[in-house]
Design a protein around this ligand. Structure first.
Ligand SMILES: [Zn+2]
Length: 212
């Protein structure tokens, strides 16, 4: 594995020596807004979608033998934490040929390509062309997923296993739409496993030390 830095797209930092089978990625901390975004959102509101600085929190990971990668582009341009099928056809000018699934996120305007900003205001005053959507998928989404997949596979080849941590941030205090109700101060670090679906419970549940 070697370091990669593709301007505006992604970076991959590799350890001097791979001493742990750990790969971290920060998909939402990118702050390089592509010139062809052509949105009409207030920029300050648009930026609230970022997990700003998250990759910096984990910047030391390669020193401890882990791989760290991240997106340079923002999730509001194209969201690598969505499947290619979570696409909102109402935003596209023309017939989209790819598969589409019904998606809660896409319905809420935050699917593969976001329709709204954090104030629920439209990001565009136009429809996106098919070429534009394809360009975002090929140049950004696929590049990100290929790089991530390669680093996971290379780590697996070396160790026979890997742990992958997908790194995010969320507001410090809960709001109206939060499960716990508004105004609750949250934990500093949360090990999420998407309701028990993304990893073995042994990895995230802290167990009391065995007696004897
Ligand atoms: Zn995120």
């Amino acid at each position: 594995m070697h370091d990669i830095d593709r301007t505006g797209i992604l970076f991959l930092k590799t350890p001097v020596s791979n001493s742990v089978p750990l790969v971290l990625d920060s998909p939402h901390s990118g702050t390089t807004y592509p010139d062809d975004f052509d949105h009409v959102s207030d920029f300050t509101v648009l930026r609230r979608a970022e997990d700003t600085y998250v990759h910096e929190l984990y910047d030391c990971a390669p020193r401890y033998g882990a791989v760290l990668m991240g997106a340079h582009f923002p999730r509001s341009y194209i969201d690598v934490n969505r499947s290619l099928e979570e696409i909102d056809l109402s935003m596209i000018d023309g017939n989209w040929e790819g598969p589409v699934v019904s998606s809660e996120k896409a319905d809420a305007g935050i699917g593969l390509i976001w329709r709204v900003n954090q104030n629920n205001e439209n990001l565009y005053d136009r429809k996106l062309s098919i070429e534009e959507v394809r360009h975002r998928i090929l140049t950004y989404w696929q590049a990100y997923h290929e790089t991530l997949k390669n680093s996971l596979e290379e780590t697996h080849t070396r160790f026979g296993k890997y742990v992958h941590i997908n790194c995010h941030s969320m507001p410090e205090i809960s709001n109206e739409s939060s499960k716990e109700g508004p105004g609750v101060r949250r934990a500093e670090f949360v090990l999420g496993d998407r309701h028990g679906t993304t990893c073995d419970p042994d990895l995230v549940i802290e167990r009391p030390p065995k007696e004897g």
